[in-house]
Design a protein around this ligand. Structure first.
Ligand SMILES: Nc1ncnc2c1ncn2[C@@H]1O[C@H](COP(=O)(O)OP(=O)(O)OP(=O)(O)O)[C@@H](O)[C@H]1O
Ligand SMILES: [Mg+2]
Length: 425
């Protein structure tokens, strides 16, 4: 667990919250040690952690009435859902139950939620993962029971919006911009915003926010019809009052081929819970990239001030016009590289794209570092940064209709020739 995550867990126990009354039955030694470590703070060292499986739990005839939390290992069970159901009826009604097991399957996860389990973690799970799962489940229980999903707030009836953020090159600051815009939008609208990292293999969004990557995201994209509000509540991780995030960390060797319309079906399901979704869109996966762009209402294209960057900005601009003609396209120049050292100027970008740049994100290495070090959105870690100031009008424009590019200007130069070449293709 990272330092900040463990501090959060420790402080949440020490604050005004009463100690949890918890029991755990886990057979795997490594997982048992992780569960013990993660339960130490919230139970003030009084968790009853035993080596065992759901069989041992089912053998208990009388459960303590004040039990808040039960963690149970389903790995040896021949029928985990039936066993889970039997256990759930035996334990006190308000007790949060979290399963662990060796099967990593979204169908099992859903079935367990269906019989009243609050979460399920596939083993081996990372250090701190159980602590965060416990926090989420207890928080959900306090919000009014596992089935209660708060929807939107005042924006409940408004149209769903998906903002896709896509960079023309690697490392231009796409993820930083996606996180910062989402955090600023949430704070401005006082509405919960969901960030989704669609780069299932190499995405860095969850890392940037010091949150846990979720195994179930890939299965959810495979089978979007299986997504329900309870599933979203469990997998969308809360970062701040108005910011939630989802992302995966699939093995580099694993191949994921999204079936047709997977992303749009997935986004439609997730929109039942979150009106605003901000998607960090990968460049390396043309299938998922196209699907997410197709399903977007707003697209923020970020380019650096390099020749290849601007060439790819043109190509992506064309693609957006083809696959998402109804979406509102915003263009930003990136601050990840110092603009003063770049060969291409903002005016060149505007001439080439035949429209105004909506936002020039400045370079602010100190603020970018602060965001990384604190595992927070840049707008929280460095609220006075020039990056935040530059993004403010863009964020404000997102929730107001209108906007758009400027009139084309007269063109000449290498970029222009590139542009002409592209058009002929
Ligand atoms: N405006 C900025 N000023 C200074 N540094 C920045 C800025 N934006 C991003 N960075 C830094 O640049 C690096 C890359 O940023 P980020 O991960 O957001 O880029 P990306 O385009 O998403 O990269 P990838 O292609 O790997 O997904 C990070 O170290 C980040 O802190
Ligand atoms: Mg990125």
């Amino acid at each position: 667990m990272s330092a900040s995550a463990s501090q959060q867990l420790a402080s949440s126990a020490v604050e005004d919250k009463p100690a949890l009354n918890a029991m755990a039955f886990v057979s795997d030694t490594a997982s048992l040690a992780r569960v013990s470590a993660d339960l130490f703070n919230p139970t003030l060292g009084k968790a009853n952690v035993r080596e065992g499986t759901i069989d041992a739990a089912l053998a208990i005839s009388e459960w303590p009435r004040e039990l808040d939390l039960l963690i149970v290992d389903l790995s040896d069970s021949h029928d985990p859902v039936a066993d889970a159901s039997a256990l759930k009826t035996a334990v006190p009604g308000g007790c949060v139950v979290i399963g662990v097991g060796r099967i990593n399957d979204v169908a099992l996860y859903r079935d367990l939620l269906g019989v009243g389990f609050n979460d399920y973690l596939a083993m081996p799970f990372a250090e701190g993962a159980m602590g965060r799962a416990v926090e989420r489940a207890i928080e959900a229980r306090q919000r009014g029971g596992a089935g209660a999903v708060p929807v939107g707030n005042s924006q409940r009836d408004a149209k769903p919006r998906t903002l896709s953020v896509i960079g023309t090159r690697g490392g231009v600051g796409t993820t930083t911009a996606a996180v910062t815009v989402a955090a600023m939008l949430g704070a401005r609208l006082k509405e919960e915003i969901l960030l989704i990292d669609f780069d299932l293999h190499y995405g860095s969004l969850m890392l940037a926010l010091d949150l846990e990557a979720i195994d179930a995201l890939r299965e959810a994209l495979d089978q979007p019809d299986r997504i329900d509000s309870l599933f979203i509540q469990q997998v969308a991780q809360k970062k701040t009052e108005h910011l939630y995030a989802m992302g995966a960390e699939e093995a580099p060797t694993g191949r994921f081929q999204a079936r047709p319309h997977a992303a749009s079906d997935f986004l439609r399901s997730v929109h039942r819970r979150f009106r605003w979704i901000v998607a960090d869109v990968p460049r390396g996966d043309p299938v998922i990239q196209r699907q997410v762009l197709e399903a977007s209402t707003d697209i923020l294209l970020i380019t650096d001030l390099s020749l290849p960057g601007v060439r790819d900005a043109m190509r992506l601009q064309q693609m957006v016009h083809e696959v998402a003609p109804g979406a509102r396209l915003l263009i930003a120049t990136s601050g990840a590289l110092d603009a003063r050292r770049s060969a291409v100027k903002v005016a060149d970008v505007e001439r080439t794209l035949k429209r105004k740049v909506d936002c020039q994100i400045p370079s602010d290495v100190t603020a970018a570092l602060a965001a990384i070090n604190f595992g927070k959105p840049l707008s929280d870690a460095a609220p006075n940064s020039a990056i935040v100031k530059a993004l403010r009008p863009l964020v404000a424009s997102l929730d107001t209709p209108g906007g758009g590019g400027a009139a084309p200007k007269k063109v000449s130069s290498l970029l222009d020739r590139l542009s002409q070449g592209l058009k002929k293709k």
